[in-house]
Design a protein around this ligand. Structure first.
Ligand code: GLN
Length: 454
């Protein structure tokens, strides 16, 4: 009830929830109370969560921030949300996001931008919460849920977490089932939690993760007791600091924060080593070929026949065209055009195939560093703090927005786990995050080490 009232009071201003489900929340909470009264119950019994609109929730608003899914009510539940409900969690509603998870500021949503609960000192300018999981991050930061689900294809969990002073982890590719999550770029997408503390994120991920016969890319590997890693010492842990992440034009504050993080680890008894990830600079351009290519293919299914919106035309082709023209927003159309171009005959080898080769090189860079004994890699999470809504510079050129993903996309390209932990405030009083990148399926080390920053 407290969360429902908080949503009622704050959501008009923040626009974090696109649908609130009070009846469902009360029913689930009641069932949870009954289980607890019988001495039963899971690890998330009665914990009220917000769900990113990208997750299919049975009979509940699931539109991926898009107009083209108007009125779509799934007849099935995503595996990740089903896992959460099986452990007793309670759904408060669905959270705003960039359309089809394409964006870094939550401004591409059909439902309008999410407003961050944060303000710069002495300013009243509305700031973005980051994206694409902007609703998830804002809702957690503003206390409109105890935790939220999110997804990350190129940074969409970690960047909004960094912008809002929350914790976000993208687990290893294959750790969570993608079944029932609207596909953006299938070889990069992963679900994960956004939470207030590293421990909360550990508890949530433990529940969300599972192998799943319905997703052949989910991996059959035991899910460790992540919360048990909380409080363990980092003495002797080897933390790598990659020199290639000192990108040109990086603000001094980010540089300072990174150094502060290094000092914290040294003080906690970890060993700091400089490492090299030589192909880092190719990650962003390669990502913006692979992700749109896969997206253009995944989005072909929205044709006015199977889901949501339909705009009639003179014939079936006319109907497809009118539906897609009216249903997709600008950024989604841009991605479909780029993706279709790089996959087309004659360009496939030059763009898509080449990007996939670059991806292998990026992955090998990480493998070499981990083979040399490094346990986790420390980098800034983002190249800046949150910017303003409708910021002229960020919106003047799509590439400016894409550059915000420079520290996060490498992790998706290599399929590795990455966590963003709030590390302090900039001179304007806005949150900044540090990122830790781990070995495949070693999220436990990220939780353990993440606590040092927190
Ligand atoms: N900002 C990136 C993009 O627009 C990443 C999005 C994501 O991780 N879903 O593609």
């Amino acid at each position: 009830e407290a969360y429902l009232s908080a949503i009622e009071a704050a959501n008009d201003a923040l626009n974090a929830y696109v649908a609130v489900t009070p009846d469902k929340a009360r029913d689930m909470a009641k069932a949870s109370d009954e289980r607890l009264a019988k001495g039963e119950g899971g690890t998330l019994e009665g914990v009220p969560l917000g769900i990113k609109d990208l997750f299919a929730t049975e009979g509940v608003h699931s539109q991926a921030g898009s107009h083209i899914l108007d009125g779509f009510l799934p007849r099935y539940e995503s595996t990740v949300t089903a896992n959460l409900w099986a452990d007793g969690a309670v759904m408060l509603g669905k959270l705003n996001m960039d359309e089809f998870a394409m964006g870094s500021s939550n401004e591409t949503s059909y439902y309008g931008p999410v407003v961050s609960p944060w303000r710069a000192k002495g300013s009243n300018t509305d700031l973005v919460p980051g994206g694409s999981s902007g609703g998830s991050a804002a809702a957690v930061a503003a206390n409109l849920c105890a935790g939220a689900t999110a997804t990350d294809t190129g940074g969409s969990i970690r960047q909004p977490a960094a912008f809002t002073g929350t914790v976000g982890i993208k687990p290893t590719y294959g750790r969570c089932s993608r079944w029932g999550i609207v596909a953006f770029a299938s070889s990069l997408d992963q679900a994960g939690p956004i939470a207030r503390t590293v421990k909360d994120a550990a508890i949530m991920l433990k529940s969300m993760a599972s192998v799943d016969a319905k997703d052949s890319t989910s991996v059959d590997i035991a899910v460790p007791d992540y919360p048990a890693a909380i409080g363990e010492s980092v003495k002797g842990l080897k933390i790598g600091v990659p020199k290639e992440y000192r990108v040109e034009g990086m603000p001094e504050e980010i540089e300072k924060l990174w150094q502060q993080g290094i000092d914290w680890y040294r003080d906690a008894g970890a060993e700091i080593v400089e490492v090299s990830l030589p192909h880092t600079k190719y990650a962003l351009p390669a990502y913006y070929i692979v992700a749109p290519a896969e997206a253009s293919s995944n989005l072909a299914r929205y044709d006015g026949v199977r889901y949501g919106l339909r705009v009639d035309g003179d014939d079936i082709i006319g109907m497809y065209e009118k539906t897609r023209a009216a249903g997709f927003g600008r950024e989604v159309k841009r991605r479909i055009m780029i993706g279709t171009y790089v996959l087309s005959a004659g360009y496939y080898d030059a763009y898509y195939l080449r990007a996939q080769k670059v991806r292998t090189l990026i992955k090998r860079d990480f493998e070499d560093v981990f083979a040399a004994g490094v346990d986790a890699i420390l980098t800034p999470a983002t190249p800046s703090a949150a910017f303003g809504i409708a910021d002229q510079e960020m919106n003047s050129d799509p590439v400016k927005m894409y550059l915000n993903d420079v520290f996060t996309v490498t992790v998706n390209m290599a399929g590795l786990p990455g966590i963003s932990v709030p590390a302090g405030l900039d001179t304007k009083g806005l949150p900044l995050g540090l990122q830790l990148i781990g070995r495949p399926f070693d999220e436990a080390t990220l939780f353990k080490a993440g606590q040092v920053i927190e």
